[in-house]
Design a binder for this molecule. Structure first.
Ligand code: MIG
Length: 818
């Protein structure tokens, strides 16, 4: 074994073959093999140590990097030369220093951590992975293969794995199809897909990450390749799962589970999590293409306050600009934007403005002029500038894959921010071009010094645009959190922005689709997501709009938006009873803000998704692989939207355990479907027994008044359950210096008692003094209540036997008994 360990350089030298002698033939082309798919041959050597291992068939090479105990990366170099290691998705690959075993016998090479084994079979170079119990979780059905690309150079690269009869697949971002991807063939190529339809593919984002669940065990594959990429989940051949790309490297991460949650967390370890958003960004946002002129903008702001419907942000779509030139204002519509934004801020509104990547070709437009002088715009292969038509007319496009260009773009926001703009919406960054759809393939990009054509940079262009926006804003705002939203993106975009699902349609089908898309985005590493509530194009009726608000109240990002040619679309536009119900749900969202913010913290800090489909709760129940309506927000609140008109009741599946009906406090036992009434006023919402749900008073916007007291809704359970409650300043990065408060609650009960423990961590102290306890579901009549040994005598038992009392927030232990 020992003497087999060569370093990669030595290994390389070993395979430099003697140059073949010249053959003097009349037709030298004679005998050249036609270009066909080539497969890895028989591996003849395997070397390596620590985190890096190399295998070769004498020509091609395979690299295996052990990232940590659960993650291994496989890379293929068809003729032995790897590309430079660079990724926009994985900013820093830091293999952990852990014990790794490397062994060889006559059947295979084997690289093992405490949790995963990678097997490289000697007969055919098939690669497979198994867990610590030697259960094979993923195995090649063909050796990795490639085909030379004579037109562009490089290779089409392919990987084919076995697909098992009951194996199911999840992930891949915003695909508008069933949550379970089994049987589908899909493409990743960022596309402006106005009024997209069910099953249309591809859409705006490329997230080449999927999760497989087979026989109760999950693993993930992250195919970090930015070229146009394809996935087939047992579609063409029921027994095979394949993924391939039109260029770049066959490079994928195998991510071990065994739980889907482990896979998602590990994926976030590679690609990062979303920074904490400003708290106001979790409020309700109102958008429209477009609110103009100024009088209209002001009227909308007033409308919210008059109707007493909470709202934190109003958007300005492209019409605020002068001829759609980014960073300018149409002064006819908006004579004094600074004043308008300040007045809106007085009323508690943040202003969010749109920017597009297309910069109008116009020498009198400073942004164009500077970009032109500094050569910041993308160019074609023959050095012409890439020009195309978008909203402003003839445009050129910054090369956001150039760090210097990103820096420049980021700096352009200083005036907008000086005017008081709090958020920036990045649209059209697939990039979208009228007519042709996007850039031609030959456009060149800097690709952070690693160079590439648009074939390679297309899928990351939008992500690099919003990165430039986010990083620029972050600099200008100093210690304040920027809010950004993007339409296009690639894996890792969550480090820079929230997303919306693009130009959907006002239809019941799209409501259903949006529910699936948000769950899928969430489990694909994009936590902060939402749909255009109400549908972008077309007209919803009051019922559809209200059902959408109800779902949207549980989307991490909550924004209503509509196209310019539609009727008014504010939460009060449909009259009663719709306005009251919409208000109720938006208020519910504001009440639940501390819970939602805590779920966000769990994402940011630990890599948990915010929305979790039922399959993530119980992946071992095969039926759950096909459920796609119910999801939990965080891990305590289960929501099931109403997705059909006129629906009086619907079936809801509750995972095992006890659940409280949020509206009635009735207890249901999970593990099966229950029938739940669905009058227009409600949608099914359930709270897991043992939860402590913090609640803020309703406000018209975040920070309207100081929070004077926090309600703690304690749901009795007869088993132990933990909850977390996160708070901080809500708008600075002080949390990075541990200036936050993380409270942990432990609930435990039996037939005659309930205890609640609180422990605290972090350096932040909220301003309010007390908690208002609401204890729900006690199976006994409470006689004694003590907190830290002190008797509480001032309590009430109200409707539905909810026990209520108050106490200061710094308690340690609450005991209730009969
Ligand atoms: O070509 O800015 O998806 O939300 O309102 C349309 C106008 C451009 C597409 C976005 C939509 C936005 C619209 N934009």
């Amino acid at each position: 074994m020992e003497d087999n360990i060569l370093n990669p350089k030595e290994l390389l030298n070993e395979f430099v073959e003697e140059e073949e002698g010249f053959r003097h033939l009349n037709n030298p082309a004679d005998g050249i093999k036609p270009i066909t798919k080539k497969y890895l041959g028989v591996p003849t050597h395997g070397v390596g140590s620590g985190s890096k291992y190399y295998f070769t068939d004498g020509d091609a090479k395979v690299e295996l990097i052990v990232v940590n105990e659960e993650i291994m990366r496989v890379r293929l170099a068809p003729h032995g030369v790897f590309l430079e290691d660079f990724s926009y998705a994985v900013p820093k690959l830091k293999p952990k220093n852990i014990p790794v075993q490397f062994t060889e016998d006559d059947k295979e090479f084997r690289v093992s951590t405490a949790k995963v084994n990678c097997h490289i079979r000697k007969s055919d170079f098939f690669i497979s992975f198994s867990d610590q119990n030697n259960v094979i979780t993923s195995s090649d059905a063909k050796a990795m293969h490639w085909e030379e690309n004579t037109q562009f150079g490089g290779y089409y690269v392919f990987s084919t794995k076995e697909c098992h009869p009951d194996e199911n697949f999840f992930g891949l971002g915003d695909k508008p199809t069933e949550l379970n991807l089994r049987g589908k063939r899909l493409v990743n190529w960022n596309t402006d897909a106005y009024s997209f339809a069910w099953n249309q593919d591809p859409l705006y984002r490329s997230i080449p990450f999927y999760i497989s669940v087979n026989e109760g065990i999950a693993h993930g594959i992250f195919f970090d390749n930015t070229f146009k990429a394809h996935f087939d989940f047992g579609g063409e051949d029921r027994t095979k799962t394949s993924f391939w790309a039109d260029g770049g490297e066959m490079q994928y991460y195998y991510i071990h589970g065994p739980h889907m949650m482990d896979v998602v967390k590990s994926y976030h370890l590679l690609t990062g999590t979303h920074p904490m958003p400003p708290l106001w960004a979790l409020g309700y946002h109102q958008c429209r293409w477009s609110y103009y002129p100024e009088a209209k903008f002001r009227a909308v702001a007033k409308g919210f306050r008059e109707n007493k419907i909470p709202c934190d942000a109003i958007y300005l779509d492209i019409d605020y600009m002068d001829g759609y030139r980014c960073f300018t204002w149409n002064r006819r519509y908006f004579p004094d934007p600074k004043k308008m934004i300040a007045d809106a801020a007085e009323m508690g509104f943040k202003t969010v403005v749109i920017v597009d990547p297309g910069i109008r070709v116009d020498d009198n437009y400073p942004v164009f002029k500077e970009g032109k002088e500094k050569k910041y715009f993308c160019r074609r292969s023959d050095d012409y500038y890439m020009e195309g038509h978008v909203w402003p007319g003839r445009c050129q496009f910054p090369d956001f894959t150039n760090p210097e260009v990103r820096e420049w773009w980021g700096g352009l926001f200083d005036e907008l921010i000086d005017y008081g703009v709090a958020g920036v919406w990045n649209d059209m960054n697939e990039p979208a071009v009228f007519g042709s759809g996007t850039f031609p393939a030959d456009v060149r990009h800097d690709y952070d010094g690693y160079r590439g054509s648009h074939r390679k940079a297309h899928n990351v262009y939008g992500m690099q645009m919003v990165r430039a926006t986010y990083e620029g804003m972050r600099k200008i705002l100093k210690n304040k959190r920027p809010f950004t939203i993007t339409r296009a993106g690639y894996s890792g975009l969550q480090r820079y922005a929230s997303v919306w699902t693009g130009d959907n349609v006002a239809s019941w089908e799209h409501l259903r689709l949006g529910n699936i898309q948000c769950q899928r985005l969430s489990m694909s590493g994009i936590p902060f997501c939402g749909t255009d509530i109400g549908g972008f194009s077309g007209e919803p009726d009051g019922e559809l709009f209200t059902r959408w608000i109800q779902l949207g109240s549980f989307s991490p990002f909550m924004r209503a938006h509509s196209a310019g040619d539609t009727k008014e679309r504010e939460p009060w536009s449909f009259g009663e009873p719709f306005t009251a119900i919409n208000r109720n749900f938006i208020e519910l969202r504001y009440r639940l803000l501390p819970y939602m913010y805590s779920a966000f913290w769990e994402h940011h800090r630990y890599g948990f998704p915010i929305l979790r489909p039922v399959v993530m709760q119980e992946q071992d129940v095969l039926k759950n692989h096909f459920r796609q309506d119910e999801f939990t927000y965080g891990d305590k609140i289960l929501v099931c939207p109403v997705l059909e008109p006129g629906q009086k009741s619907r079936k809801v599946y509750l995972p095992k355990g006890k659940w409280y009906n949020f509206w009635t406090n009735e207890v249901e036992t999970g593990g099966e479907e229950v029938e739940v009434p669905t009058p227009l006023e409600t949608i099914p919402i359930f709270v897991k027994a043992g939860s402590v749900i913090p609640e803020y008073p309703v406000m018209q916007y975040v920070g309207e008044k100081p929070v004077e007291e926090v309600k703690l809704n304690v749901y009795y359970s007869d088993y132990e359950a933990n909850s977390f409650f996160f708070e901080d300043h809500g708008e600075s990065f002080a949390y990075e210096q541990d200036i936050y408060s993380e409270k942990k609650f432990v609930v435990n009960g039996d037939e005659s008692s309930l205890t609640l423990n609180q422990s605290m961590e972090g350096l932040y102290t909220p301003r309010y003094d007390g908690y208002h306890f609401r204890v729900i579901g006690l199976p006994f009549v409470p006689a004694t209540i003590t907190i830290d040994g002190k008797d509480i005598t001032d309590f009430t038992i109200g409707d539905e036997k909810v026990l209520e009392f108050k106490y200061t927030k710094t308690f340690n232990i609450l005991q209730i008994s009969k």
